[in-house]
Write a protein that binds this ligand. Structure first.
Ligand code: C2O
Ligand code: CU
Ligand code: CU
Length: 494
């Protein structure tokens, strides 16, 4: 267990305890000042032996005391932030290898984005300083050292970020006491309760898939709920698994937000039979459990799907390697509706449309590729500071960026693409003639997005205007693909 004494000792050993951060940074005091330590630990996840894990532990140094909310498990604490606040984070790397933290979906300055070129060695520290510019929504943080992101996330380094704004209380949403984050991950569990991170050929190709589900870091997750409306903040924090989320009783799913916050009134609440959620995507769901009989138990499941060709959906797709196939049916979490008088939920009033996707600007084009167990972007793989001429964009200039996933035979597979430093709109999806039509029907393409799934044979066009100058990243968020080099820099020039 990570005690306060260990903490002090570890900090003293690292030689960072002496420097009072607010003295070394001039007069301006952040609203939230915290320390985030990554270290080796163990956690009771399954009955029997404890599981070796990596853990983010947080400690508030100064500022709003409820900004840091402990997680119910080995996952990192939730950073509960308010738009406009200034945040300072002192990251302390107590891992035996380099690391750096990225705030996924957050619009932060280049220096605070956790690019792998900022990775600090074992024992090192890194100070982040940023203002919360994002709208109210659900974001997350995770390590980003090149080649080791998949490993470090898999063993437990991830945590939620919630951003709040005052207008949320006027939307008819369930109050904060009836918010339930659902951080969904799959793991491969060995007989001794350790987590297996294989790294064989199939794992490099498909990404790391597991057959044991964890929700909020808990195995066999079960949540007692009241017969009333809940706000579910769902994050797919899995390395590689795509979910086709559905309620076990066939009730539709009501989506009010995506990666970058609420849908607009014009876009409207999205109701789907199921929701496709790729790695790093978020959806906010309002579920009115008063629709269910008190005493009943329902489950959030992932439905089986036709994952689309090649190694993914074909013969290898199902259980030939450990950890199950990409398209397997899975039970994620159970919800037992308490025997209480039901409370009918309010209709949700979404905010008026915000900024629109700007019109004509420059265009960019990226073709995905996958060969020899490795992903490519326009035929290139990641190099720490390489930027090609077609990877330079201007701050303030609208861009329409087309991504194309060729239907390349055996290697055809869906890829969850992600761009750092921006929130974009999806202008158009071509759809796929080849596969995954059922997945396509569950994809929610409205709202502000920072990640999207692209099916084999599909083209997706996204629009945004860079606002932060500097070197950022775009990559496949299948973390094994990312670590394998399916990532590139994009330079936003001032
Ligand atoms: Cu979750 Cu490079 O990001
Ligand atoms: Cu990111
Ligand atoms: Cu990929």
């Amino acid at each position: 267990m990570w005690t306060r004494r260990d903490f002090v000792r570890a900090m003293a050993a690292g030689g960072v305890a002496g420097a009072l951060p607010f003295l070394s940074h001039g007069a301006s005091v952040p609203d939230v000042d915290l320390r985030l330590v990554a270290s080796l630990d163990r956690a009771p996840i399954f009955p029997g032996a404890e599981t070796p894990i990596l853990r983010f532990s947080g400690e508030l140094i100064a500022g709003r005391p409820d900004a840091l909310k402990p997680s119910p498990s080995f996952l990192g604490p939730t950073l509960d932030l308010r738009r406009g606040e200034r945040i300072r984070v002192h990251f302390v790397n107590r891992l035996p290898e380099p690391s750096i933290v990225h705030w996924h979906g957050m619009l932060v300055p280049e220096r605070a984005d956790g690019h792998p070129r900022f990775a600090v060695p074992s024992g090192g520290t890194y100070t982040y300083d940023f203002v919360v510019r994002n709208p109210a929504g659900t974001y997350f943080y995770h390590p980003h050292p090149h080649g080791r992101t998949g490993f470090q996330v898999y063993y437990g380094l991830a945590g939620l970020i919630t951003v709040r704004e005052p207008f949320e209380s006027g939307m008819g949403l369930p109050p904060e006491a009836f918010e339930l984050p659902l951080v969904i991950q799959d793991r491969r569990v060995a007989r001794d309760n350790s987590l297996a991170y294989a790294g064989g050929m199939m794992d490099a190709m498909n990404g790391m898939l597991g057959d044991t589900m964890l929700v909020n870091g808990l195995a066999n997750a079960a949540f007692p709920v009241s017969p009333r409306a809940y706000r579910l903040r769902v994050l797919n924090a899995s390395n590689a698994r795509i979910y086709k989320l559905a309620w076990s009783d066939g009730a539709p799913i009501t989506v009010v937000g995506t990666d970058g916050g609420f849908l607009s009134a014009a876009e409207g609440v999205q109701t789907r039979a199921y929701v496709t959620l790729a790695p790093s995507e978020r959806v906010e769901i309002v579920e009115d459990f008063s629709r269910r009989r008190p005493g009943v138990e329902i489950a959030l499941v992932s439905l089986p799907f036709s994952s689309g060709g090649g190694m993914m959906g074909g013969m290898m797709g199902r259980g030939m390697m450990g950890g199950g196939g990409q398209s397997d049916e899975l039970l994620l979490a159970r919800f037992a509706v308490r025997r209480e008088p039901p409370v009918k939920g309010d209709p949700v009033r979404l905010p008026a449309a915000g900024e629109r996707a700007a019109g004509a600007g420059v265009t960019a084009y990226t073709e995905l590729g996958f060969a020899r167990m490795q992903g490519f972007l326009n035929g290139r793989t990641f190099a720490i500071d390489a930027v090609a001429p077609d990877e330079r964009l201007r701050v303030g200039q609208p861009v329409v960026w087309t991504f194309a996933n060729p239907p390349a035979g055996m290697m055809a597979m869906p890829h969850p693409m992600h761009i750092h430093g921006v929130q974009f709109r999806i202008l158009e999806r071509s759809g796929s003639r080849f596969a995954g039509r059922d997945l396509a029907e569950g994809i929610v393409s409205v709202g502000r997005k920072d990640s999207f799934l692209i099916l084999p044979g599909e083209q997706v066009r996204v629009a945004f205007t860079p606002s932060e100058a500097g070197l950022f990243l775009y990559h496949c968020h299948n973390l094994e693909h990312e670590d394998g080099g399916m990532m590139r820099n994009v330079l936003f020039e001032a």
